[in-house]
Design a protein. Structure first.
Length: 294
């Protein structure tokens, strides 16, 4: 029997480990080595065998050799395959030859609900705002779960302020404050926010990308507003973003005009070209912020 675990790395690994424990298998991730997998799955005098195989780094050649071994294993041999992000071809094979268990990464509201569920499972009592704060961080589930384990060691009530002070994850890179400051002509504040992002280790090109995405999304909403009325739900569906981000983008788009949006997009595109062709990326980013004042 072959059981594969795909999807979110943390959820898939946790499910694979639980299955291994259920079947009495040692939790030891084997490389995609045909010899090791055959030996582990072949069993011994003490009973049937079993293997847990890690395919995260498996190349096409390694997979081809391992696949031949898997297809020859007896039905009683148990092989658990941990493969969060399989190739399309490997995914098709797993769907046909294994009991494929997929664990998609929760997003937006689902991610917040996942955090709330984990907190309940761990006995962590806290306001709903705590789950929302953690669920909206741009961090993977494993990192968030590690923070929850840390919070579980604290004594006393978990308030949002206390959680923010303890959690080591940075809030997501957001262009809203930076754009708002620059667009309102508060250039000194924009520079201060930029300095904070750079000190935190953010790459100038990534910040430029976030600003470009901000204005591209705002332009999409502005164009939509010229045709019909848009509410927060419409904006979220149109942009495929979290409702919180959609609400802020919609408010921003309503304050813009076409010329201002196009000038901003041109300035950001020029800044990205400069940064990618050897010029000082921080200087290019600073000039772009100046141009956003319109």
């Amino acid at each position: 029997m072959i059981i594969s675990f795909t999807g979110d790395p943390f959820l898939a690994r946790r499910a694979a480990r639980a299955e291994a424990e259920l079947r009495g298998l040692e939790w030891r991730l084997l490389p995609p080595d045909p010899v090791q997998v055959r030996q582990a799955a072949g069993g011994s005098l003490f009973g049937p065998g079993g293997a847990v195989v890690d395919l995260r780094e498996a190349g096409d050649a390694e997979w081809k050799e391992l696949r031949a071994v898997l297809e020859e294993l007896p039905e009683e041999a148990v092989v658990l395959i941990y493969d969060p992000k399989p190739t399309a071809a490997r995914s098709r094979w797993l769907g046909k030859h294994s009991e494929k268990r997929d664990f998609p990464t929760p997003r937006y509201g689902e991610k917040v609900r996942w955090v709330a569920g984990e907190m309940k499972r761990m006995g962590l009592a806290a306001p709903a705002a705590v789950a929302r704060y953690l669920g909206e961080l741009e961090a993977d589930l494993e990192a968030i779960h590690a923070e929850l384990e840390k919070l579980a060691l604290l004594e006393g009530p978990l308030t949002l302020e206390r959680v923010k002070a303890v959690v080591a994850l940075e809030p997501p890179l957001s262009s809203f404050d930076l754009v708002d400051a620059a667009a309102a002509g508060r250039f000194e504040k924009a520079l201060k926010l930029l300095a904070g992002l750079l000190e935190r280790g953010e790459e100038p090109l990534r910040i430029l990308g976030a600003l470009s995405k901000h204005y591209t999304r705002a332009t999409t909403l502005w164009a939509g507003l010229q045709e019909r009325s848009l509410n927060e739900k419409d904006a979220a569906a149109l942009l495929k973003v979290h409702p919180f981000a959609a609400r802020k983008l919609l408010a921003f788009a309503r304050r813009q005009d076409e010329d201002r949006l196009l000038r901003a997009l041109d300035a950001l595109a020029e800044a990205e070209r400069d940064a990618k062709t050897g010029r000082d990326p921080v200087l290019a980013l600073t000039r772009a912020l100046l141009a956003l004042r319109g």
